[in-house]
Design a protein around this ligand. Sequence first.
Ligand code: NAG
Ligand code: NAG
Ligand code: NAG
Length: 374
Amino acid sequence: MSVFSLYLCSFILINIGHSLSFHQSHASCLPQNHKALFVFGDSLFDNGNNNYINTTTFLRSNFPPYGETFFKYPSGRFSDGRVISDFIAGYAKLPLIPPYLHPGFTHDQYIYGVNFASAGAGALVETNKGAVVDLKTQSFYFGQVSKQLRQELGEEEAKKFLSKAVYIFSIGGNDYAAPFYNANSSTAAIPYPQQQFVDFVIGNISSVIKDVYNEGGRKFGFLNVYPLGYIPLLRILVAGNSIEDCLQQEATVLARLQNNDLPKTLQKLEKELSGFKYSVTDNYAAFLDLIQNPSKYGLKVGSKACYGGSGYGGDYSCGGKRGIETYELCSNPNEYVFFDAAHPTDNTAHHISHIMWMGHPKLSHYNLKQLFEL
Ligand SMILES: *[C@@H]1O[C@H](CO)[C@@H](O)[C@H](O)[C@H]1NC(C)=O
Ligand SMILES: *[C@@H]1O[C@H](CO)[C@@H](O)[C@H](O)[C@H]1NC(C)=O
Ligand SMILES: *[C@@H]1O[C@H](CO)[C@@H](O)[C@H](O)[C@H]1NC(C)=O
């Protein structure tokens, strides 16, 4: 199945209705009270952008068994099936949102929103530099989309469209985890003192929020950072690897610092920027719970990845394409929290997206459903 077949509606209207303007043709095609979804961030949201950049197999997932359950082909999502942003689009009654870098992508499709997320991306340009679309570049691409929309719809309509849309982010995890997964564990070191590092990440996230706000964006949803030292990829590097050790691991400590500080920054932005609304989902708590109590959610295996090798499936050997040729693959990914060493299964992504959509947020006034309804 092609992602783009879902856009048939707009193509047909454009082809038969030469006299219709872009706006009219789309307006007649859209569900009532339609709101677009713009997606920023990392592999938890990337739906295929990294297929189209010069990167490494470490940051690609366009080979089997990725994609084996839902799409039945490796679409470039780090999952056996869908990623979190796919489910959010579904809850919002939108079709799958196209990846910005897909070569077949044209401006006709902006109307449902666009996905800019890139696996491995961080908020800092140094993070996996040269192998990802960093957050700043994602924001630049959004600026291009916004410009195009203003040309097509006119200033007024474009502003209205962008202010009704929802902008979701999953970012920060790679900034803190990359120094560990890219290095020999015993020599890994973070590039800045802890608090300064987190301040830089949050500073860069804030500047992208302001860029989007200045283009007309008003409604923002954030997934906070999951407990990094507890994911199989880092867990095998953690000395001791007990739960306590994982929670004390430095990447986890940095994740908690960001998770503590970002909501405060968002509160400030809410006062500073008129009309700014946000939601924060506690992905950290959600993952801890999933890993420790998988059976509460109908899952069987919390800490070991479905797909990988060595301890916890943490060696990231997926598909035998990353230097390690043998790997194990579980027979039923639906029973697992992690598909590969760092990424949720379709089932886990469904669970997390449901919390984003419907959950009672502890860290903000809104969940995503409420933001879409505004
Ligand atoms: C892709 O990246 C590699 C490694 O950095 C580099 O050698 C190669 O020239 C790049 N290719 C393109 C098309 O940019
Ligand atoms: C990792 O670091 C240790 C200690 O510095 C060193 O002995 C070892 O050879 C390094 N391994 C690799 C693969 O670089
Ligand atoms: C963004 O991150 C860079 C480091 O990559 C840092 O020098 C800069 O001050 C940060 N920007 C903000 C606004 O915090």
